[in-house]
Design a binder for this molecule. Structure first.
Ligand SMILES: [Cu+2]
Length: 272
């Protein structure tokens, strides 16, 4: 049972109003700024943009509350004897993902509120003509939106390792290293954001630290990859459909991981 079912239900019920806001955008001239809503375009375009900003804000609020709800559940409602060291790896993955959901989501909300204020009150946060900083939004946006990538992938890692373990008839290999890696991913996810700004015109002395921090993420994610291989190793494999998908994920993750190393490299990234 979840400790705050009402909050959880509230998160669910944000979907209809958000859908209504998005469906109404054509009536107000639509929106053409993409999902990132970068200013100056998102400040000067049609009013449909305003509805998208409110929809995004609403989802953000309930993403924070959903994170709070799941973390409270794991911290306060484990059965007696379920120590942190015995938590299923999927639950650790959920804890890590929702730490991210809880902590940096508020920053993207600040960015969205600043765009709204620029539009309706002419505050000029992002308008260089009145002393604003156009690149500020991109920093705020990616401070949330890079970690958000891990809100999606961490639970998938958890599911992956649970399936490999079940269908290899072995416990998850190097469980403690995987838990440490999940926590490392949470921490590192918040110090890599400017790799999305390599071609934005930000000062070039910021490139190298963000390249290094980004490359560092391949260490914990590599540990998760090795744990997947170690779990399969010498197991009595049961090649049912979930297992075939899980083995496919290993190859897919390898390809994605290797391209990540080169895409995070400033010289290659700028060319590509
Ligand atoms: Cu990123």
């Amino acid at each position: 049972m979840l400790p705050s079912l009402r909050i959880n239900a509230l998160s669910y019920w944000t979907i209809p109003p958000v859908a209504v806001l998005l469906l109404l955008t054509p009536v107000f001239g639509g929106f053409d700024s993409g999902w990132t809503a970068y200013p100056p375009l998102s400040v000067i375009n049609a009013d449909g943009q305003l509805l998208v900003l409110f929809a995004f804000l609403t989802f953000g609020l309930f993403s924070i509350l959903g994170g709070l709800n799941f973390l409270t559940t794991v911290i306060k409602m484990r059965v007696p004897g379920m120590t942190w060291g015995r938590l299923p790896i999927f639950v650790w993955a959920i804890v890590s993902a929702f730490l991210i959901s809880l902590a940096p989501t508020k920053f993207v909300a600040y960015g969205l509120i600043m765009v709204i204020l620029d539009r309706v009150a002419g505050m000029g946060f992002f308008d260089a003509a009145v002393g604003g900083k156009p690149l500020l939004y991109e920093h705020i946006f990616w401070f949330y939106s890079h970690p958000a990538v891990y809100v999606m992938i961490l639970p998938a890692f958890g599911i992956e390792l649970e399936i490999l373990s079940r269908f290899s008839r072995k416990p998850v290999f190097a469980y403690k290293w995987v838990v440490a890696s999940f926590i490392a991913v949470v921490i590192l996810s918040m110090v890599v954001w400017a790799h999305h700004l390599f071609t934005s015109g930000m000062s070039s002395y910021i490139h190298i630290p963000f390249m290094v921090s980004t490359e560092l993420i391949s260490i914990p994610t590599g540990a998760v990859f090795l744990s997947a291989l170690g779990t399969l190793w010498m197991g009595k494999l049961w090649l049912k459909t979930p297992m075939l998908f899980a083995v496919g994920v290993i190859f897919n993750f390898l390809i994605g991981g290797i391209t990540g190393i080169f895409l995070a490299d400033v010289a290659t990234d700028i060319q590509l």
